[in-house]
Design a protein around this ligand. Structure first.
Ligand code: PRP
Ligand code: URA
Length: 213
């Protein structure tokens, strides 16, 4: 995959190691869930690297100085149900005051097209910078639907997309349709199979987080 502006592949050794745990078919629900959350925290650290800072004056026990602190820019995270829910706590560990919206989408098993079944956003979502959370970016249909909903229906202007594993097809689709959206992934895998699952991937993220298979 060629280098694309706004696509960030976060290949920190801790992320690569934790991804091996997720990929392993022997990893059970408890560990899978914990590691998804840990990965979300590590990815959040990188995805918030550009948060704006302002000067603040602080009196330490020794002297008064001018330092940098967050401006308090308004953020929201939006997990795509179900699997995105597994990333929420890991993000809130670092940004505890972020508001949380929810988008329910599932892929039609035949067409692989996303079907929306639920949506609830914070009232002031249009004024917030949004990070969409979903462990898997496969065809890109779900991510594109989530982005379009946030832009068109809710007027959100600044969107980041955070996925743990992506297929090249999904990145191309989202980047092609929405080049303004910054995409953060921990791995770009080889391809999609005939069922639009990521190869080698980790299987069905929702089923592995919630133990539904
Ligand atoms: C998975 C995943 C993404 C979507 C990715 O959800 O969590 O939302 O598939 O595929 P795409 O890029 O081809 O759209 P799924 O539809 O299996 O729903 P679930 O989380 O409820 O299991
Ligand atoms: N959704 C998943 O959970 N896994 C995939 O590989 C593709 C879509």
């Amino acid at each position: 995959m060629e280098n694309m502006e706004n696509v960030h592949v976060l290949d920190h050794p801790l992320l690569q190691h934790k991804l091996c745990i997720l990929r392993d078919e022997k990893t059970g629900v408890k560990d899978f869930r914990e590691v998804v959350s840990e990965i979300a925290t590590l990815m959040c650290y990188e995805a918030t690297r550009d948060l704006p800072l302002e000067n603040v004056t602080i009196k330490t026990p020794v002297a008064t100085g001018t330092f940098k602190a967050l401006t308090g820019k308004k953020l929201a995270i939006v997990p795509v149900l179900r699997a995105g829910l597994g990333m929420v706590d890991g993000i809130l560990t670092l940004i505890p005051s972020a508001k949380v919206g929810h988008i329910g989408l599932y892929r039609d098993p035949e067409t692989h097209e996303p079907v929306e079944y639920y949506c609830k956003m914070p009232a002031d979502i249009a004024e917030r910078d949004v990070i969409i959370l979903d462990p898997m970016l496969a065809t890109g249909g779900s991510a594109t639907a989530a982005i379009e909903l946030l832009k068109k229906k809710y007027g959100v202007k600044h969107i980041k997309l955070m996925n743990i594993i992506a297929a090249p097809e999904g990145i191309q689709r989202v980047h092609g349709d929405h080049p303004d959206v910054e995409i953060y992934v921990a791995a770009v895998d080889e391809k999609l199979n005939e069922n639009a699952y990521i190869v080698p991937g980790l299987g069905d993220a929702g089923d592995r987080i919630f133990g539904t298979k």
